[in-house]
Design a protein around this ligand. Structure first.
Ligand code: SAH
Ligand code: SF4
Length: 427
């Protein structure tokens, strides 16, 4: 979501006549788009601001800005802690950027624009997309769930969906520009359209509309909330040939009591039922997840349930993190239940080892099978050309080939794998 917001802000700045530079020392305007999902991300943002503060000492005429989730929840702290910052704007204010930059030119005052009234233009706005095969398209923003560990509802606000027509228009444009894959983004993507309350604006119907667009391309959507995956969505994914048979469905913990303390609205068993249903519905489907180790009060036994869930549900890959207390959240107030850093890092280590095993198992299941892959990158080493491509199930494949190029769809036979990737040959 942040990458996508950055592409949009970059597009707006370029439409004002600005140019991008890779060298921060020569920039006239520096803006950092921040993430606050965990403390580490926030610390990185402040450390980068510190580096830029030094640049400004040497070149006082440059302007420094900070936006995104940290700016949304910590504007006052940033104002005090980083006096060299000229512009602070929140996640709801990114489309004001052209106006804010104009104001910056005409004043020496610091500008702060952090509101709780999201404004999103309905139609065209310039986007400077990353040079890749994949176009990110946000279809909704915000979250109504309030999981007790999560800062997102505070940084991104409540759920707001974009209109199907606007998304289709943006998708068509990105395909015309040569993108071969579209990833639909939302913090809780299968709640898409609930705010329209018309029975028609649903993720399933959006996929059906996008699938009608002509040409060869692939569609994905992230992130799904386990109990919001409807039968209609499962059917739409089946019907639509362009939609990857791939679901990212974070479980967070394999233990029902911990899930309850996290305010997740499902049990271990219910999560298992959803996975079973998905595996039954498709010839092959890839399912990935997220897990948190060391939630306040988590016992060793409860943590072991997380390890066994990864194995039992044969998850293809999981993102993992140690619990990090976040501002405004309920779990951050459970201080007497906090686990020590040592316990958390030890559990995270074991979680990662368990995940690696699951990934190896999942990769080995691909051996000798043929998959359609999309080429994303090419590297040449010692005269040998290796393509990096991605399967429908979101697995990376390395392929030796002289003929093929970025953006090609290829049929590839999987000849081997390790924990990071698959190896294949063109058939
Ligand atoms: N909407 C998605 C998750 C979005 S946040 C869902 O409901 O599953 C992305 C991931 O960051 C989460 O899945 C969670 O695993 C992790 N995360 C969020 N808050 C965290 C925290 N306080 N500490 C550690 N990890 C966290
Ligand atoms: Fe955060 Fe996801 Fe829970 Fe929303 S559903 S509060 S984004 S973890």
């Amino acid at each position: 979501m942040n990458k996508s917001d950055t592409e949009r802000m970059s597009g707006m700045l370029m439409s004002l006549g600005m140019e991008e530079t890779d060298n921060e020392k020569e920039a006239d305007l520096l803006i950092i788009n921040t993430c606050s999902i965990r403390q580490l991300a926030e610390d990185k943002a402040f450390s980068k601001l510190g580096v830029w503060g030094k640049l400004k000492k040497a070149r006082p005429e440059i302007k420094i800005g900070i936006c995104g989730c940290v700016a949304q929840v910590k504007a006052k702290e940033i104002k005090k802690r980083a006096p060299y910052v000229d512009l602070i704007f929140g996640t709801h204010n990114i489309y004001e950027l052209p106006k804010l930059v104009e104001e910056l030119k005409n004043t020496d005052e610091r500008i702060i624009s952090v509101t709780n009234n999201p404004y999103v233009p309905e139609s065209d706005y310039p986007i400077n997309r990353a040079k890749s095969v994949n176009a990110w398209i946000p279809i909704m923003e915000g979250c109504n769930n309030f999981c007790t560990y999560c800062v997102v509802p505070f940084t991104r606000g409540r759920e707001r969906s974009r209109r199907i027509e606007d998304i289709v228009k943006e998708a068509k444009k990105s395909l015309e520009q040569g993108y071969k894959e579209i990833t639909l983004l939302g913090q809780n993507v299968d709640s898409y359209g609930k705010d329209f309350n018309d029975g028609q604006t649903t993720l399933a119907n959006l996929l059906r509309e996008l699938n009608k667009i002509e040409g060869k391309f692939r569609l994905r959507f992230v992130t799904s909330y386990p109990t919001d995956i409807t039968d209609d969505l499962i059917n739409a994914v089946k019907e639509c040939d362009k939609v990857a048979k791939y679901f990212h469905i974070p479980m967070q913990s394999g233990n029902t009591e911990v899930l309850k303390a996290m305010n997740r609205r499902y049990t271990r068993e219910q999560y298992g039922e959803i996975i079973k249903k998905l595996r039954k519905s498709y010839k092959e489907v890839s399912i990935t997840s997220d897990f948190i180790a060391g939630f306040p009060g988590e016992t060793e036994e409860q943590f072991n349930d997380t390890l066994s869930a990864i194995e039992k549900f044969e998850l293809d890959y999981s993102n993992t993190a140690a619990y990090s207390p976040r501002p405004n959240t309920k779990a951050a107030k459970m201080t007497d239940l906090f686990l020590s850093e040592k316990v958390k890092s030890d559990r995270l280590f074991r979680l990662n080892e368990c995940n690696k095993k699951a990934v190896m198992h999942s990769n080995q299941k691909c051996h000798n099978k043929i998959y359609e892959v999309l080429v994303e990158d090419i590297k040449t080493e010692d005269g040998e050309r290796t393509l990096t491509a991605r399967t429908e199930g979101n697995k990376i494949v390395h392929i030796k080939s002289d003929k093929n190029n970025i953006g090609d769809f290829l049929n590839v036979k999987i000849t081997g794998s390790n924990v990071w990737c698959l190896f294949g040959e063109v058939v």
